[in-house]
Design a protein around this ligand. Structure first.
Ligand SMILES: [Zn+2]
Length: 176
């Protein structure tokens, strides 16, 4: 399993995290498509839309279910992409899932979640991919991006690919 994040997707994910900064969580939907080949899913995030109305705390975010349902209901009018998952941020936290996160992902319509962790760091770190997690700095913000998906009874990390952030890595082609 792997997840490909486009330039647009990367920009919105990181900007949404930086907008709410280390004080509040941000969340939203991932738009794109998936390719199923040789019994493997590869997800392509083409665009990311943050939820605008939410109750935000440093360690949680709540979006009214009827608003999520409204988006899901009308989305088929946009023919090009589908909603493939959701994202939320962890201000000052790690990319690991809390037990509340695991419950939310299991019960969500998509069962796929990107977590964007950010903290303030003086040291500037170049963008890189390590063990499937994308990380790097934008000004004083150190950002890590991980993707999680429900598979059977487990929640597995999916390897992220984002050529816009780290450049093409020809040594490890996408597994499709
Ligand atoms: Zn979380």
């Amino acid at each position: 399993m792997s997840m490909y994040i486009s330039e647009n997707g990367f920009i919105t994910l990181t900007l949404a995290a930086i907008e709410t900064s280390t004080k509040y969580e941000a969340s939203g939907i991932l738009l794109g498509y998936d390719v199923f080949h040789k019994r493997k899913h590869t997800y392509f995030v083409e665009s990311v839309i943050p939820y605008q109305i939410a109750e935000r705390e440093a360690d949680s975010i709540y979006v009214m279910p009827y608003r999520k349902k409204r988006i899901r209901r009308v989305f088929h009018h946009y023919m090009k992409y589908k909603i493939i998952g959701e994202f939320h941020t962890h201000p000052g936290g790690s990319i690991n899932l809390s037990s509340a996160d695991k419950d939310d992902i299991r019960s969500s319509d998509y069962q796929l979640e990107i977590v964007v962790a950010l903290e303030k760091k003086k040291k500037i770190c170049p963008w890189k991919l390590k063990r499937g997690v994308l990380s790097g700095s934008i000004e004083e913000y150190f950002i890590e991006i991980a993707s999680w998906r429900v598979k059977g009874r487990k929640i597995m990390k999916q390897s992220i690919r984002c050529p816009f952030a780290v450049g093409f890595d020809y040594s490890k082609p996408l597994s499709i």
